[in-house]
Design a protein around this ligand. Structure first.
Ligand SMILES: NC(=O)c1ccc[n+]([C@@H]2O[C@H](COP(=O)([O-])OP(=O)(O)OC[C@H]3O[C@@H](n4cnc5c(N)ncnc54)[C@H](O)[C@@H]3O)[C@@H](O)[C@H]2O)c1
Length: 421
């Protein structure tokens, strides 16, 4: 059904993996409860991940009575693959609903474009695409169709990021000059499906997770990155595949500021998890300096469980109540809380608001109003869109070039045709 005034959106998720399980599906289930989402479909490459989602005890407990329509159906043999099925599932949606893109990075481009061609709005997990040129094409296509493409950089919705952005904008810190960001994922990732795709030719820790903090410094300060240099440290996964297991990046910003970005797949499984992360930014003021310090690892809550139910099988853990947790609420089951949920809700509710504001208008007038709405979202800069966040694609392109050339500094040139060189 086409969204009408006061009504909800039909949502199709493409991809049924880790991020769908950990964040997207529970957030969309909650939005179904609150009336923002109506019908939920999930399309994956094959039936096993869909079966796991449908049979999840956590979801049954948190969202009793709620479910989704799987594509392919759960009865399909596990080994049968459906790489093209998403095309017809997305095409079956009435115009103006929403497609959630949650499959491997290199497939985002074709799925986002297909969704836009089918006149759908899009929520895409980060990174939108791997080439800046592709982001520019998607930006044009979205503007042409008057459809929102929201990129789910959930760290932007962390309250501390929003507070820092406001204070920085009010000049309360001075100008960013020197900083350090760190995100080290757990060692146990090395034993996961990562060993099949996280190889030197595809990606590296900076590209995979460093981008979160580069986006955050841009989000807080509004400064653009102009040069990137990344040195990788190689190692082998248990299956023998070679990968950059660690990386050290340096990002230079348009005002000359420098940010070190340290990433890796190696936070000890035995340590208080789930990973290690944080951001420090020094700023220059008049006759003094300012400081932003975010400990995103130890947020002040530590639990020691009786069983090893923490990440990596640990008992003692720093628990973040801020990203995503199920908690008791007034309704049935549990509700999700945290900036992960708020990020998915922020994008989905914007799509719904756009549909409501244009309901009942003649097609041309509705298109014009939607385009106006998109320009406002771009300018506000809270939701990452192709128009306001494609610095991320430029940084990733520069990083990949640099790491494969032994940390050579790679410049980003801005202009009508922004590019790296
Ligand atoms: N912090 C974050 O923002 C964050 C965290 C984790 C993952 N991600 C992003 O989410 C995306 C998915 O990551 P993941 O960890 O869930 O991966 P995953 O490997 O666990 O899942 C990928 C899913 O894509 C599906 N898929 C593959 N090809 C398909 C096709 N042709 N049609 C339909 N479905 C297909 C697979 O069935 C699988 O369910 C990646 O882009 C990743 O970078 C973002």
């Amino acid at each position: 059904m086409t969204p009408q005034s006061g009504s909800s959106l039909d949502v199709t998720i493409v991809g049924g993996g880790m991020i769908t399980n950990d964040l997207l599906l529970p957030s969309l289930y909650q939005l179904q409860r609150t009336g923002v989402v109506r019908k939920l479909d999930i399309c994956a490459l094959d039936s096993p991940p869909l079966k796991a989602l449908a049979e999840s005890g956590d979801f049954k407990e948190a969202f009793p009575g709620q479910d989704f329509t799987p594509h392919p159906s759960l009865g399909e043999p596990a080994e049968r693959k459906f790489p093209e099925l998403y095309k017809e599932v997305v095409a079956a949606l009435a115009p103006g609903n929403m497609v959630v893109v949650a499959m491997p990075d290199h497939l985002h481009n074709e799925v986002v474009r297909h969704a836009l061609h089918c006149d759908q709005n899009v929520l895409c997990v980060k990174p939108l695409v791997l080439k800046h040129e592709q982001a520019v094409e998607i930006e044009k296509l979205a503007a042409d169709k008057g459809r929102l493409v929201g990129i789910e950089y959930h760290k932007r919705f962390d309250r501390r990021s929003l507070v820092a952005r406001r204070s920085y904008g009010l000049g309360q810190f001075g100008a960013f000059v020197m900083g350090e960001a760190k995100l080290i994922e757990p060692y146990y990732y090395r034993h996961s499906n990562f060993q099949n795709w996280f190889t030197c030719n595809n990606t590296d820790p900076f590209t995979y997770i460093g981008c979160h903090y580069v986006d955050l410094v841009y989000f807080i300060t509004g400064l653009k990155p102009v040069e990137v240099s990344v040195q990788g440290v190689k190692g082998k996964f248990p299956n023998g595949n070679e990968a950059y297991l660690w990386s050290h990046g340096r990002v230079t910003w348009e005002n000359g500021a420098l940010l070190s970005v340290v990433n890796g797949l190696g936070y000890p499984d035995a340590a208080a998890g789930s990973n290690d992360q944080g951001l420090i930014m020094y700023c220059e003021g008049q006759g003094q300096t300012g400081l932003i310090f975010h400990d995103d690892h130890n947020r002040g809550v530590a639990y020691s469980y009786l069983e090893g139910i923490g990440p990596g099988g640990s008992k003692y853990n720093y628990v973040s109540p801020d990203f995503f947790r199920f908690v008791p609420w007034e309704g049935p089951g549990y509700k999700p809380i945290g900036y992960g949920y708020e990020s998915v809700a922020g994008i989905t509710e914007s799509v719904q608001r756009m549909a409501e504001e244009t309901a009942g208008l003649a097609p041309e007038a509705a298109l014009e109003r939607r385009r106006q709405f998109l320009r406002e979202v771009d300018a506000r800069g809270l939701i990452a869109t192709p128009a306001n966040s494609s610095i991320n694609e430029l940084v990733v392109e520069a990083a990949r070039k640099s790491i494969t050339q032994g940390a050579a500094p790679v410049r980003i040139v801005y202009g009508e045709h922004s590019h790296v060189e």
